[in-house]
Design a protein around this ligand. Sequence first.
Ligand SMILES: Cc1ncc(COP(=O)(O)O)c(C=O)c1O
Length: 446
Amino acid sequence: MTSSPFNMEHQWLPFTPNRSFKKDPRVFVAADGMYFTTHDGKQVLDGISSLWCVAAGHNRKPINEAIKKQLDTLDYATAFQASNDQAFKASEMIAAMAPGDLNKVLFCNSGSEAADTSLKVALAYHRARGQGHRNVFIGRERGYHGVGFGGMSVGGIPANRKVYGSAFLPRVDHMRFIHDPVHNAYINGVEPEWQEDILLELENRILPLHDPSNIAAVMVEPVAGSAGWYLPPKGYLKRLREICDRHGILLIFDEVITGFGRMGCNFAADYYGVVPDMLNFAKCVTNGVIPLGGVICSDRIYDSMMKANADAPDHAVEFFHGYTYSGHPVACAAAIATLNLYRQENLFERAGQMGQVLGNAMHGGLKGLPHVIGIRSLGLAGAVELSPIEGAPGKRAYDIFLACFHKGVLVRPAGECLVLAPPYIVKTAEIEQMVATLAEVIMQQA
Ligand SMILES: Cc1ncc(COP(=O)(O)O)c(C=O)c1O
């Protein structure tokens, strides 16, 4: 057991094997730029923007200063029946960045809350229009929408669902997954092409089964992030949009990972040229520094909800939902500073450029290594997929993650995949170091 100066008896670590962690703790005590410092004084290169959050790198002064200033000006204000100046400014900036008529921001604190908020908006919207029977949600196998009961029900990662089945939302179905390991195992910076029309299943089986008139919304991650960076087939999201439109179904993009630059543009919606009815965000909106999430809704949704209440008395609330910390002034001040910083440093453009460097490095450095069965890269993220160890699903990737950490590089295990999604400030030499470390460990553990 590694000695540690911490009493580790009281923190129950999330999504972490707690027992083995205590034998080999990984504890960060500082961070700057691309690097963490651990409690035992090691430097660790951040290959995953911490948890897909820290796009501008760590310890960015403009964000820190904005937070400090806000703390001294307005530390907190009730979110209900009143608001604050920072929340209005942040929502204006976010709406200006969002495509199409996505103009109305409902703030929350995390991606999980964004998922559940968007599902509730869908139900409320349909009901406001006299279509309360629309209460079926469609997700996708291996989708991740956080850990609330709504997002978990619509999500499709088996391990996350396994023990909670009794509490799932009752009317949810799932489309099939978007990966073809035979024809599209290796994808570098392009959209995978499929021979088959993968959405026929939605049209011919799922929609008729529930009847399209009962379906409230389809929620997908444009790129399946947590599952291991799986890319949608070419034309998939456009066709999904058309199918939803044909049947009056709302389309929700969960852009908690893809939002704010990961694809080299504002949102994956821009990358794929498809405007959803709602867009969920979190993580990079504040560079991960302070929790903030939200749902950007279309004008149409907002206007319908207001219109439905046109004859209601002035004190009537139109949407019974919100959080104590919705639009928290300090989080919104962090968001304003973060979004300004992204723009000033052209970081989204840089993410697109460095994405090509990452894709080339991963394909050049990892393809052909033992157990490697696929590599997918697009935007500034990539995953290498390894064949599972029989009887020990996830072990190979987890062991590789551990070994990389000990060699000073933070990568992310996701099922049988290892993911790299560095901050947008990453340099070519740092990408090379990440890939070389992964390659060395994959070889050692072969
Ligand atoms: C697409 C997606 N949705 C929702 C979430 C949940 O976000 P949070 O952990 O902030 O609740 C995540 C987290 O990784 C995510 O990737």
